[in-house]
Design a protein around this ligand. Structure first.
Ligand code: ZN
Ligand code: ZN
Length: 239
């Protein structure tokens, strides 16, 4: 059965960042569909761009009034960042998820930590570029990427971040995979020269993005095979 993926972003995301975000998701999925042209007409993964959405009638009436609500509700003022596990928990429990089960990918301008708040207080210098509940939702931040020198570096790094977390929401690499993987909390990473390698810092993210850019397709063969399996799983009569 086809599944949809919702793309949302917070108030401060620029048009340029939103464009890199949505374009990278479309390009990655389209590349996978090249093997099966019928997927262009009946895509197994439907992209729904909600962007920085707001429901004016719900503002001031309670939770879930817009994409910024999730940010405000999971923001830690003492640390000056969004607590990613709290953010992802809100996404997972939102009423829209119960109405229509879907995958979520969000981009924020606020800084991010993937530690729970009590732990994060012990590591105030630590930051996270993105975090996920594999197979469900992921949240990413442009905060550290904006410090990069030029537009080309920023574009390369942001696209790599988006591609990586798209992989996580599609549950790549699959949990049963044993070889050349590295577990990190809930996330499983690939250790090949691959988009699914974990990048700890902006510098590492950019270095990986550059190394992977030598190939036109930036997932390793094992992860690519797993992505095709996901496509077939959601493809309905697409097999
Ligand atoms: Zn990861
Ligand atoms: Zn891989």
């Amino acid at each position: 059965m086809a599944i949809s993926i919702s793309l949302t972003w917070s108030e401060g995301i620029t048009d340029w960042e939103a464009d890199v975000f949505t374009r990278t998701v479309h390009e990655t999925l389209h590349w996978l569909y090249f093997r099966r042209l019928d997927a262009f007409f009946d895509p197994p993964i439907r992209v729904q761009v909600f962007g920085n959405w707001i429901i004016p009638a719900m503002v001031g009436q309670g939770p879930y009034w817009g994409s910024q609500w999730y940010v405000d509700a999971s923001y830690d003022h003492e640390l000056g960042c969004v607590i990613a596990p709290s953010y992802l928990e809100l996404v997972r429990n939102e009423p829209w998820q119960r109405m229509t089960p879907h995958l979520d990918l969000a981009l924020l301008e606020e800084d991010l930590t993937d530690f729970p708040a009590p732990l994060a207080r012990h590591r105030p210098d630590y930051y996270s570029l993105g975090a996920s509940f594999p197979g469900q939702a992921a949240v990413m931040s442009v905060s550290r990427l904006r410090a990069l020198e030029d537009d080309e570096e920023q574009r390369l790094a942001l696209a790599r971040l988006v591609r990586h977390h798209l992989g996580h929401v599609l549950a790549i690499p699959p949990f049963e995979r044993q070889d050349r993987t590295l577990r990190r909390g809930l996330e499983l990473h690939c250790t090949n020269c691959c988009t699914m390698r974990h990048a700890e810092t902006v510098e590492q993210l950019l270095a990986y993005a550059r190394a992977e850019a030598r190939e036109p397709w930036r997932f390793c063969p094992t992860c690519t095979e797993a992505l095709h399996t996901v496509m077939i799983l959601h493809g309905g009569n697409w097999n």
